[in-house]
Design a protein around this ligand. Structure first.
Ligand code: IPE
Ligand code: IPE
Ligand code: MG
Length: 245
């Protein structure tokens, strides 16, 4: 595997891991077979990020809207999360990965919530890679929960309304202590954000691939990183200004 020659490695990558269902369907297997196969792709991207020195990786595993799926698929996904936590955390921990779950965690069954909390506590002091898993997460929810926290602080008299600016508001959103999202990747061919990190992806580079999530691997990640490295990020300035800087 080649490594990126340039130094333009994104500090924070977010991935909408999409296409498990279609991957399974093409093999005449149930959708849950595809979700299960997606675990290997997760291992691949974690390894790729560790190798490349990516600081933060945020994976969309279950959206606020995914509760609308058939009951058996939702329960298969919940079982998969439990099994994955039981199996994968040791290795992640020994690789120095800090694991964090973002989203409305209290909607999950007690045993799953407990596993998530234990995994977060156990890996809390690791710093090789910040791995964040978005579950029962929605970008709109994230913004609303931040607004609610701001409102509480104002109502208590702890915060003047004028003190709410972008930087202050950002502190109440998920992942505020990590670098902002540099690279957004979506597998599975659809070109939409589907309520992933709405606030955080304001200036992310967007990368879409037709590869279905279970087929995504370190080479696929490398392609995305190489594509990112070729982009000119202007942040509102002109290309000439960027070239001079
Ligand atoms: C993404 O794959 C996984 C989750 C949403 C949990 P899908 O299950 O959405 O796969 P497709 O899009 O139906 O192929
Ligand atoms: C987005 O995929 C959510 C996750 C990958 C967890 P979906 O498959 O749910 O997105 P839509 O419904 O096609 O927009
Ligand atoms: Mg999908």
């Amino acid at each position: 595997m080649t490594t990126t020659e340039h130094k333009h490695v994104p500090r924070h990558i977010g991935i909408v891991m999409d296409g498990n269902g279609r991957w399974a369907k093409a093999r005449h297997r149930p959708r849950s077979f595809g979700h299960n196969a997606g675990r290997k792709a997760v291992r691949e991207v974690v390894e790729g990020c560790l190798r490349q020195g990516v600081e933060s990786l945020t994976l969309f595993a279950f959206s606020s809207e995914n509760w609308l799926r058939p009951e058996d698929e939702v329960s298969a996904l919940m079982d998969l999360f439990v099994r994955a936590l039981d199996k994968e955390v040791d290795e992640l921990h020994s690789n120095g990965v800090r694991l964090r779950f973002i989203g409305e965690l209290d909607a999950f069954e007690e045993p799953l919530q407990k596993r998530m909390l234990v995994a977060m506590k156990r890996t809390a002091s690791n710093d090789k890679l910040h791995m964040n898993i978005a579950v029962n997460y929605g970008g709109r929810w994230d913004i609303v929960q931040a607004a609610r926290k701001a409102a509480i602080a104002v109502a208590r008299g702890d915060l003047p309304v004028e003190a709410i600016d972008e930087a202050a508001f950002n502190r109440w959103t998920c992942l505020s202590e990590l670098p902002p999202l540099d690279l957004f990747i979506r597998t599975g061919g659809d070109r939409r954000v589907s309520n992933f990190l709405l606030w955080q992806l304001a200036y992310a580079e967007l990368y879409f691939t037709d590869t279905l999530w279970p087929d995504f691997n370190q080479v696929s990640l490398q392609h995305a990183i190489d594509d990112f490295a070729r982009r000119e990020r202007r942040f509102g300035r002109t290309g000439d200004q960027v070239a001079q800087a």
